[in-house]
Design a protein around this ligand. Sequence first.
Ligand SMILES: [Fe+2]
Length: 215
Amino acid sequence: MIARQDVQEIFPTPLWIVDLEAAAAQTLNAALRAEIERLIAPKPKLAPGSSWQTAQDLHRKPAFAEFAKLVLMAARGVQRFLKVDQYTMAITGCWANVNPPGAYHLMHHHPNNYLSGVYYVAIPKAGSRIVFQDPRPQASMIMPKPSAYSRLTANAADAECREGRMVLFPAWLKHTVPTNVGDSDRVSIAFNLMFEDFTEKMSPPLWEGNMARGG
Ligand SMILES: [Fe+2]
């Protein structure tokens, strides 16, 4: 009797993975790493599990100008994909994280921004992942254990961190960085983006009022 049974995946959550050309990434990463090390020197002693972090204005520093350009280019790609490239985006914050072995980041999101992302400058040989939480908390209310987890039944999803890779995601998407289990530092640059003219062009009501009818 059933002619067809189809699935539509509604309300998908996108992650954008942008990989640089290997040779270009190597050169860029060497320069970025040297500058980051310079900015955090002398390294203060850390509590177990924590990381060194730079100030959040790297996008305004000449040494990070090429990197900021790359971020805006990748964001442009995201905007084209979402068909919102008629608006200009700006980087609102950009900082580097140096996670020594044993460091981790608890679950968080990036309020007051539209897009967030992270670029990997150095990854330990043991590898590293970034873990995203299902943004629908109610979806894990009833969780029958499936014979095999898929992206339709898992309540978290991860992406592989690779040197020269940028991962972009909606700023509201909660994520964690698991413990660095490698034996070298994990170096990344995080950033946020927002629409430059949000208050002028986007936040006014989407509908038009009718004063004549007292609307
Ligand atoms: Fe983050």
